[in-house]
Design a protein around this ligand. Structure first.
Ligand code: FES
Length: 682
């Protein structure tokens, strides 16, 4: 490694202590916050001393005082805990190039570790942003951090110019530079790069920033120093597509976008998409093109939101259920429609984005996580990566709520998985006033058990509707529909208030003015015309309740099937995952009977765990490499051919359940009465 720093080794060397044998003792260097320490020969660049001590400091430019990623702080004073007296004078002074960089970038108080050499004992603070394998702490306190080690990395190199007397191709000389300066060998080049390689090297005056994938394929060569590599982590759900744009160097989420899956037009659930592919000659292509177009739109929106260009995106990790996976890759999903539900491929895949029609960087890679079985897909593997049930002692039930419910049950002994055909009701579809979680959507509902009058909260307004001014929510925000968390709470509250019975029927004996009947069809008026943006009232209809019952019964039956297989009657912890998972009220989910009994304090939402899993695979190659083993270790239970599933499903149609007890809801649930009409307890 070369540095452009003038040396003043002797000044520091004079201060060295002597060892017992009379030889000068090497200076001690301690790196914080890790506390790692080592002795290093005087004159060693601090960046190298760090590496020798097992501390990885960021460096894109390889010590050329170009990137500034290696900045550290040299501490002054005596640190008795570490038994060291550290001084800024114990490294070589700031040279002209370093001074220019520090001044230009306002890095007062820092040194570039590549530019200063050790002359005496120093205690060095390495800020978070300078740590090469920094940890990205996910939002929830109990979550594990992600160690940053992405497949895409950038290196700055100086390439030897061509010589008449020693002819050698530009690519070959670039390889020489990468081998010499970064110890990178046996590289390949994305062939599309060759068109511009020569001009880019010359534009950079033989300096370039090279983007590599898995340190084996060159994806991009940019003139001069030009850092910036980004990735997309996307969960392709049957109804909703949700993605994060991530900075691959820092792990920061720069933008989050979600949109409806346009394939909904061709069928709302998985089996109807399979049918569409079977029944239409061009069905597969139509759905494939639709999802690719949606992903391009999502990527375009995300980079625009972050102020980047689409060519800055070098990798995408995609997860989805098995049908979404096959259609994404242009594989006919017909075999997934019938037993034995054979997959075309279960292993993880790497394909060029351009081969799928995805518009990212021309050379960008798409990594698709592996599948578990016919109905348990890469999204389930994503949930597994994010929540790691195989590292838990307690028996954990993880339910990923979407149009297809993905269920994991287990701990470090074993993990079972199943998939339940939930239907799209929890995502706001098949609900008469359903909508996606967007401003104006009703997301919280309470119904007074005495007056049976409702109040609700909409996304975009912190107030309950009964606190709104008389002319509506004010500032133009009014209710425009009900999203998934809202409909879950609405149905659960209707049950608790005695408006619907345990069998799900709106009580025919109920004469409340909010209960509106049209012939034999009854509905509950949740928001009046004055409270909505459309001027039309919002109802929860009998059919809505029915669709929610079908969805929740499928989830419960899937979970129960796995519990039966494992021989357990109780789980110790329940995690609710899904694009809107963070917003689901555990209490209402249990009142509805979406989930089995569990102490309420041990039921919590974990957000879009499948998308988090995709992000983990994007940011850490080791975790990505583990995913195929994880997928093979999970034991799959097929619900579609299981008679027990049907029995459990029928019993789970009741609110919360026909026979299973819910001691955790003892203080909340209505007391059962003989005609299945609840009597109010609260
Ligand atoms: S490694 Fe780039 S400035 Fe030090």
């Amino acid at each position: 490694m070369t540095t452009v720093q003038s040396l003043d080794i002797h000044r520091g060397a004079a201060k060295q202590r002597m060892a017992d044998n009379g030889t000068p003792q090497k200076p001690v260097v301690i790196f914080m916050p890790s506390g790692r320490r080592g002795r290093t020969a005087p004159g060693t660049p601090l960046l190298d001393a760090a590496r020798d001590a097992g501390v990885e400091i960021e460096s894109i430019c390889g010590g050329r005082i170009v990137c500034g990623k290696c900045k550290v702080r040299i501490e002054d004073g005596h640190f008795s805990k570490h038994n060291i007296t550290s001084s800024k004078a114990n490294v070589t002074p700031v040279g002209a190039d370093e001074a220019a960089y520090l001044e230009e970038h306002g890095l007062d108080g820092y040194r570039l570790s590549c530019a200063c050499r050790v002359t005496g004992d120093v205690l060095v603070s390495v800020p978070e942003e300078s740590q090469a394998r920094k940890q990205v702490v996910r939002k929830r306190a109990e979550e594990r951090a992600i160690e940053l080690d992405p497949a895409v990395r950038q290196h700055y190199v100086e390439i030897a110019p061509p010589l008449l007397e020693a002819p050698r191709g530009d690519w070959e000389r670039l390889q020489d530079a990468l081998a010499e300066q970064w110890d990178l060998h046996d590289l390949t080049l994305d062939p599309t790069l060759l068109r511009d390689l020569q001009s880019r090297l010359r534009d950079g005056k033989w300096n370039a920033t090279v983007t590599l994938w898995h340190n084996r394929e060159v994806l991009d060569v940019r003139p001069g120093y030009a850092e910036g590599a980004y990735g997309l982590a996307v969960d392709i759900g049957s109804t909703t597509i949700a993605g994060h744009l991530v900075d691959l160097r820092t792990g920061a989420i720069l933008a989050t976008e979600s949109m409806m899956n346009p394939q909904v037009t061709y069928g709302e659930d998985l089996m109807s998409r399979v049918s569409y592919a079977m029944e239409h000659d061009d069905g597969l292509n139509v759905m494939h093109r639709a999802v690719i177009k949606a992903l391009n739109t999502l990527a375009g929106r995300a980079v625009a939101q972050a102020g980047l260009k689409i060519s800055d995106v070098y990798e995408a990790v995609l997860v989805g259920n098995t049908v979404m996976h096959h259609i994404l890759l242009g594989i006919d999903p017909v075999e997934l429609g019938n037993a034995p539900f054979a997959l075309a491929i279960e292993d993880a895949l790497d394909v060029k984005a351009r081969d799928l029609g995805l518009r990212l960087n021309t050379a960008a890679n798409v990594h698709v996580l592996p599948l578990v079985a016919g109905h348990v897909g890469a999204d389930n593997v994503g949930v597994f990566l994010a929540e790691a049930p195989h590292q838990q002692d307690v028996l954990e039930l993880i339910i990923d709520i979407g149009t297809n419910g993905e269920i994991l049950l287990g701990n470090r002994e074993q993990v079972l998985s199943a998939s339940s055909p939930t239907g799209p009701a929890f995502e706001g579809a098949q609900i008469s006033h359903g909508m996606r979680a967007a401003p104006g959507a009703i997301e919280r509902v309470r119904i007074d058990p005495d007056t049976r009058e409702p109040r609700f909260k909409i996304i975009g307004d912190e107030r309950w509707s009964n606190e709104w001014p008389a002319d509506g929510a004010g500032e133009g925000v009014r209710a425009s529909g009900i999203c998934g968390s809202g409909i879950i709470e609405a149905v659960a509250e209707l049950y608790l208030a005695g408006i619907i019975r345990a069998d799900g029927r709106i009580d025919p004996a109920n004469e409340h003015p909010r209960v509106v009947r049209e012939g034999r069809r009854a509905s509950y008026l949740l928001a009046t015309a004055e409270e909505t943006s459309t001027g039309q009232p919002i109802f929860v209809t009998q059919l809505d309740v029915r669709n929610i019952q079908l969805g929740k019964a499928a989830l419960y039956a899937g979970a129960k099937l796995l519990m039966n297989r494992m021989g357990v009657e109780q789980v110790e912890r329940i995690k609710l995952a899904g694009a809107f998972g963070s917003y689901i009220s555990p209490l209402h989910a249990m009142v509805l009977g979406m989930i089995p009994n569990c102490p309420l304090g041990d039921v919590y939402a974990v957000g879009n765990a499948a998308g988090d899993g995709a992000r983990i695979a994007l940011l850490n190659v080791a975790r990505r490499a583990e995913a195929p083993q994880n997928a093979r270790w999970i034991k799959y239970v097929e619900t579609a051919v299981e008679p027990e599933f049907q029995q459990e499903f029928v019993a789970a149609m009741h609110l919360p359940h026909m026979s299973d007890p819910f001691p955790a809801l003892a203080d909340v649930l209505p007391e059962p009465v003989s005609d299945s009409r609840p009597s109010r307890r609260r």
